[in-house]
Design a protein around this ligand. Structure first.
Ligand SMILES: [Zn+2]
Length: 558
C-alpha cells in the first residue's frame, strides 16, 4: 500500500504540472483574476490556462506564465471575478424559447404601448403567420377599455393575432383571426364562453372563456424552424446570464431542434434532455439510443415524472390538509398523481434499466411517497450511485430531511421560487409546518446534496435572483424584514456550489463540469463584481461580462 500522504503529494504535483514537463502551451490564458474555483482543494486562484476546450492548469499568474507560448492568447482579468458557469438544473427551455418568440404585452401602460410592442416584432413573422402573446391588462391603461380587433388590425391586417389578457380568462383576436375561425355576427356563443359584440351586433374581437378556443385551436403547433428560432432567443438570453449548462424538460421535437442547432454550431450551452418517466420502457430505451447519453453538448439523461400538483394551485399532495382559511375548503390535501404502489413498480423497473429518475414532488406527502419508492427500488435492485432526484422538494416533513442523504437522493430546488411564492405559501401551510418550506439549510444540515435551477420560464432564467434568494429570503424590493424563515438562508458559498457543482453532480457530469480545475471543461464566466463579497442588492444587480463554454466565448458584454 502506498501511504495516503505520498499518494496525495503525487496527485497534487500532477495537477500543478509545470509547462516544462507538459510540453504543449495553452491556447488561452487568464491572468490577474479573482478566480473562484468551487473546488475546496483549490479555493481561489489568480490564473488559469485552457487548451482544447478544457482547463489544463490553475495557479498564480506567475505559475501560469509557464503555459504561455508564442500563439497563446492572454487575457488580463485586471482583478475581475471568475467562476464556473451556472448550471441550471431544471428548465423548460423549449417553452421558454416559444414564449420569447411570442409577444410579451405584460405591463403595457397604454393601448398605444400595447400596439407598439407588437409592431416592433412584426419583422419576426411572415405575413399570414400567427402572432400570439399574453399579459395585457386594460385597467393599467388611461383608456381603460378592452382592446378590439380594429386595434390589432391597425398594427397589421396581414397577420392573424390572438392576445391573452393577464388573467388568462379572455383574449382579443384580430379580424383575420376571426375570419379564419369563421366567427361572424351569426356565430352563436359557445357553451361556457362569449363572443363579445358591438352595438350593431358585430364581434369586437374580445373573446371570453371557452370562446377563445374557437380561435386557439387554429394555431398550428410550432414548426421545427420556429422551435429553433425560439431556442436561439433563449440561448442568447442564457449566454447573457452566464448559464453554460441546462438540464431540460422539453419535448422530443425540441431535442431534435437543439440537435440541428448543434450540428450548425449554434449551441452555446450544454444540454441534458430529460425523457418522460411514464413512457413505456422500450420507448425510453429507444429514445436513449437515438438521443445518445454521452455527448457533452447534447444528450439524453434522467427520466422526469410529475407526482403532484403545485402549492399555488393548492394541488400539492399534503400529509395534512392545507390551512382551511387560505384554502377555502376544510379538507384539501391536494392531488397525488400516482398510486404509490404503481409508482414503486415503475421506479424499480426504470432504475433496473439503468435510468436516473427525477420526480417532481412539491407537497410533503408527495415527497414521502417518492422517497418510499426510491427506498423500495434500492432494496430490490441494490444499484449503487443512482443519484435519483426530487424536483422542487418544496414542502418536506422534518422526518424526511435525513432520508435524502440516506438514500442518496438529490434535492433539486429552485431558490428563486421563494421570491414569488412567499406571498401565499405561509398562509396555505399554516404556522405549525411552515418550517417545511424551501428548507435549503435544513437539507444541507441533514447532509443532502442540493442542485439549483429556476424552472424557467416559471421563474426568469437569471441565476442572480436565485443567489439573492439564498442570501435574503426577501422579496426583490425587500421584506419581510430579516427574510421569511431566516434560518433557512444559506451562505453564498453553499448557494454557488449548488448552482455549479451540485447541478453537475445531479446529472453525472461532475467529472468534467461544475468546478474550475485541471481536466474540467473551460465553462466559465467573468462577472461585474465578486458576488462572494457583495451585498445581496449588489448580487441581484450583477452583470455577466463574459461567458465561455468549452473554451469559446459565447457572450461578451459590449
Ligand atoms: Zn418544471
Amino acid at each position: 500500500m502506498i501511504p495516503l500522504r505520498i499518494l496525495l503529494i503525487v496527485l497534487l504535483s500532477l495537477v500543478f504540472l509545470p509547462a516544462a514537463q507538459a510540453g504543449t502551451p495553452a491556447e488561452l490564458v487568464f491572468t490577474n483574476g479573482h478566480i473562484y474555483t468551487v473546488d475546496p482543494r483549490l479555493g481561489r486562484v489568480e490564473a488559469l490556462a485552457i487548451a482544447r476546450g478544457k482547463i489544463i492548469a490553475v495557479g498564480t499568474s506567475e505559475e501560469i506564465q509557464h503555459w504561455v507560448g508564442p500563439d497563446t492568447k492572454v487575457i488580463d482579468l485586471e482583478g475581475k471575478f471568475v467562476m464556473p458557469g451556472f448550471n441550471d438544473a431544471h428548465t423548460h427551455f423549449g417553452s421558454g424559447g416559444l414564449g420569447l418568440l411570442s409577444v410579451n404585452v405584460e405591463g403595457t401602460r397604454s393601448l398605444a404601448e400595447f400596439q407598439e410592442r407588437i409592431r416592433v416584432r412584426l419583422p419576426d413573422f411572415q405575413p399570414g403567420e400567427w402572432i400570439v402573446g399574453r399579459g395585457w391588462d386594460q385597467s393599467l391603461w388611461p383608456e381603460n377599455r378592452m382592446p378590439t380587433r380594429a386595434d390589432l388590425d391597425a398594427v397589421s391586417a396581414a397577420h392573424p393575432m390572438l392576445f391573452e389578457r393577464v388573467d388568462g380568462h379572455s383574449s382579443v383576436a384580430s379580424s383575420l383571426a376571426l375570419e379564419r375561425a369563421g366567427i361572424t355576427r351569426d356565430t352563436p356563443d359557445p357553451e361556457g364562453g362569449a363572443i363579445v359584440r358591438d352595438a350593431d351586433g358585430e364581434p369586437t374581437g374580445w373573446l371570453k372563456e371557452n370562446a377563445v378556443g374557437l380561435v386557439q385551436k387554429l394555431i398550428p403547433p410550432p414548426t421545427r424552424e420556429q422551435r429553433q428560432r425560439g431556442h436561439l432567443l433563449a440561448l442568447a438570453e442564457a449566454a447573457r446570464l452566464g448559464i453554460t449548462s441546462i438540464q431540460d424538460n422539453s419535448d422530443w421535437e425540441d431535442f431534435l431542434a437543439l440537435r440541428t442547432l448543434k450540428e450548425e454550431g449554434k449551441l452555446t450551452l450544454r444540454v441534458t434532455e430529460w425523457l418522460p418517466f411514464s413512457a413505456p420502457l422500450d420507448r425510453l430505451e429507444e429514445m436513449r439510443r437515438q438521443g445518445g447519453a454521452t455527448d457533452p453538448w447534447l444528450k439524453t439523461g434522467a427520466l422526469k415524472g410529475v407526482t403532484d400538483g403545485s402549492g399555488g394551485s393548492l394541488s400539492a399532495a399534503m400529509l395534512e390538509p392545507f390551512a382551511p382559511e387560505a384554502a377555502g375548503t376544510p379538507d384539501n390535501r391536494g392531488i397525488l398523481l400516482f398510486d404509490p404502489g404503481d409508482l414503486k413498480k415503475m421506479v424499480i423497473d426504470r432504475e433496473a434499466a439503468g435510468f436516473q429518475i427525477n420526480l417532481h414532488a412539491i407537497g410533503d406527502r408527495a415527497n414521502r411517497v417518492v422517497l418510499d419508492a426510491f427506498e423500495a427500488a434500492r432494496k430490490v435492485n441494490s444499484r449503487p450511485n443512482t443519484r435519483h432526484r426530487i424536483e422542487h422538494a418544496q414542502f418536506v416533513h422534518r422526518d424526511d430531511f435525513p432520508r435524502f442523504k440516506e438514500l442518496g437522493v438529490i434535492a433539486s430546488m429552485q431558490p428563486s421560487h421563494v421570491l414569488s411564492d412567499m406571498r401565499w405559501a405561509p398562509a396555505i401551510l399554516g404556522p405549525a409546518r411552515e418550517y417545511e418550506a424551501y428548507a435549503w439549510n435544513s437539507m444541507l444540515e441533514a447532509g443532502a446534496t442540493l442542485a439549483f435551477g429556476t424552472d424557467y420560464p416559471v421563474e426568469p432564467l437569471s441565476p442572480f435572483r436565485g443567489l439573492y434568494a439564498c442570501l435574503t429570503r426577501e422579496a426583490e424590493a425587500g421584506g419581510p424584514e430579516g427574510g421569511w424563515l431566516p434560518e433557512e438562508k444559506i451562505s453564498i458559498g453553499d448557494c454557488l456550489r449548488a448552482y455549479t457543482w451540485g447541478s453537475a453532480f445531479g446529472e453525472f457530469e461532475d467529472h468534467r463540469k461544475g468546478t474550475l480545475a485541471p481536466g474540467k471543461f473551460a465553462d466559465l464566466i467573468v462577472l461585474s463584481r465578486d458576488v462572494t463579497r457583495s451585498t445581496p442588492a449588489e448580487v441581484l444587480r450583477t452583470e455577466v461580462l463574459l461567458t465561455m463554454v468549452g473554451g469559446k466565448i459565447v457572450y461578451e458584454k459590449k
